[in-house]
Design a protein around this ligand. Structure first.
Ligand code: SAM
Ligand code: SF4
Length: 489
């Protein structure tokens, strides 16, 4: 059997990465792949035959760890098949389950080679070199290191498409009583504005047209500015908006308490800032918000929404809701339904409360019985789904600017995103990809809009593109992107 060093001399090694959870994990996975590229790793879409498999895990809700252990069980079989062909599949567990479970993962799954957290994945090349030398000796690195991983990660980004994520802030100091993030991701840290601007410029030079700024508490951003002052998120957004070629800016996930005057004003005067905001409120009851330690009342959320609508009348919102938090009464839940009815959301994410070990809410007692939680979740989702359907249906007959991202499943069809992140399908040539084009919206199927090209720079219009006379929806569709697949941000 060849040693891994020998294998790497003969050929490129393959890495398969499976990402769970939020957009921040998606970003981290991309950065891991970028650290591996100079070591001769190429990405494999399949587990089978991969020299390295990384599970980048999420710990936000129940059974996360158990799901990882089940997946590791399945991977043991893939490892055995690889061994039969004389190869060796290394396994790594990364992300928040790795951070929370640490050495316990090696105890329960001794075939794992590496366990590392969100703050140590820049050490992956060193861990791999060690794993190559000491076959079968598992390593755990879940420190919160002194060095900044962004100083160590490769400077060169390899963006995967037209729209890209950029992490600007990590961790959280808010300690909501239900949430594991302050324990798994550590305290709030903001990257310097210069580092972010450089990364953004590099991505734009490689064809990125839309950047979503990421952070567990992104609007609490307070990084060092190039002028020696501390910059908030609004200042950073204004600087990013100056980058030639960057057409759209988004940010997620925000906390209602951190929506300051400057950020609200930026929504009114920075055209690149999209009129769609994910602003989690969790509950419509002040009593429950206090028990959650959310540090704001319902009225603060309402006022932020009103002020944003004042400066940007076409603003739309999505939010996160938890039902069945300990002690939530029928009256508390009715207040959540009232808030949703009053605000009107364009998209939504709602969850049953899941007790997380080590968080204060897990020891509160007063649990809401599961059948009650189920009934409340069903009622809330019906209301939110109806609002989303109404919002999407309201787009039919409108002309929307769509950033075209890629080919859709059907030949000649492209898919892009509206300002509200709705997938929009049109017929058009590949040269439209990366451009914002105006589309007449004609139909809605599941969560996808269908339309046709009405305008754009004529130079971009390909001679072979055509506009469906009968409405694009009649000629097939790509699988819709179900926003419920997102589990957190
Ligand atoms: N920082 C964001 C905020 O404060 O709203 C949210 C980040 S959290 C990672 C994403 C979402 O997961 C939360 O908004 C919440 O709705 C949900 N969540 C977090 N912990 C949960 C728990 N223990 N049970 C159910 N849902 C939870
Ligand atoms: Fe922080 Fe958001 Fe978790 Fe609250 S819910 S502790 S604000 S990450």
């Amino acid at each position: 059997m060849k040693t891994p060093e020998r294998q790497s001399q003969d050929r490129l090694r393959k890495v398969h990465i499976k990402t769970y959870g939020c957009q921040m994990n998606v970003y981290d996975s991309e950065r891991m792949l970028e650290t591996l590229a100079p070591m001769g790793f190429e990405v494999s879409p399949d587990v089978e035959g991969a020299d390295l498999v990384i599970l980048n895990t999420c710990h936000i809700r129940e059974k996360a760890s158990e799901k990882v252990y089940s997946e590791l069980g399945r991977l043991r079989e893939a490892q055995a098949r690889m061994a039969e062909t004389g190869g060796r599949m290394m396994l790594a567990v990364a992300g928040c389950v790795a951070q929370a479970e640490g050495a316990e993962i090696l105890r329960r799954a001794p075939q794992v080679d590496m366990v590392f957290g969100p703050q140590t994945y820049h050490r992956l090349p060193a861990m791999l070199a060690e794993a190559d030398k000491n076959l079968g000796k598992g390593q755990v690195d879940t420190d919160f290191p002194i060095e900044d991983k962004y100083d160590v990660l490769p400077e060169e980004r390899i963006p995967a498409g037209i729209s890209a994520f950029l992490t600007i802030q990590e961790g959280c100091d808010k300690f909501c009583t239900f949430c594991v993030v302050p324990y798994t991701r550590g305290s709030e840290q903001s990257r310097s504005a210069i580092a972010i601007l450089n990364e953004a410029k590099q991505m734009v030079a490689k064809g990125v047209r839309e950047i979503t700024l990421l952070g567990q508490n992104v609007n609490a951003y307070h990084g060092d500015g190039p002028d020696g002052r501390e910059w908030g998120l609004a200042r950073l957004i204004r600087a990013l908006a100056e980058i030639d070629g960057l057409a759209r800016i988004r940010y997620t996930t925000s906390h209602p308490r951190d929506m300051d005057d400057d950020l609200i004003a930026a929504h009114g005067d920075v055209p690149a800032l999209m009129p769609f905001l994910h602003l989690p409120v969790q509950s419509g009851s002040d009593r429950i918000l206090a028990a959650m330690n959310r540090k704001h009342k319902v009225d603060v959320f309402r006022k932020v929404v009103d002020r944003l609508r004042d400066v940007r009348p076409d603003m739309a919102f999505s939010s996160d809701f938890i039902v069945g938090f300990p002690g939530e009464s029928d009256a508390d839940f009715a207040e959540t339904l009232k808030l949703v009815t009053d605000i009107g959301f364009a998209a939504n994410f709602s969850f049953k409360y899941s007790p997380r070990p080590g968080t204060p809410a897990a020891d509160m007692g007063n649990a809401v019985p599961d059948p009650v939680m189920t009934d409340r979740l069903t009622a809330l989702q019906q209301l939110l789904d109806a609002q989303q359907e109404a919002f999407n249906r309201g787009c039919i007959g409108k002309t929307m600017p769509v950033l075209m991202e890629k080919s859709a499943r059907d030949p000649g069809q492209l898919v892009g995103r509206s300002p509200y992140l709705q997938p929009v399908h049109i017929f058009g040539g590949g040269s439209l990809i990366g451009h914002i084009v105006n589309c007449d919206i004609q139909d809605l199927k599941a969560y996808s809009l269908f339309g046709s090209l009405v305008s754009g720079d004529p130079a971009l219009l390909p001679s072979h593109s055509f506009v469906s006379q009968s409405g694009a929806a009649e000629v097939g569709q790509s699988p819709p992107i179900d926003p419920k697949e997102r589990v957190c941000a």
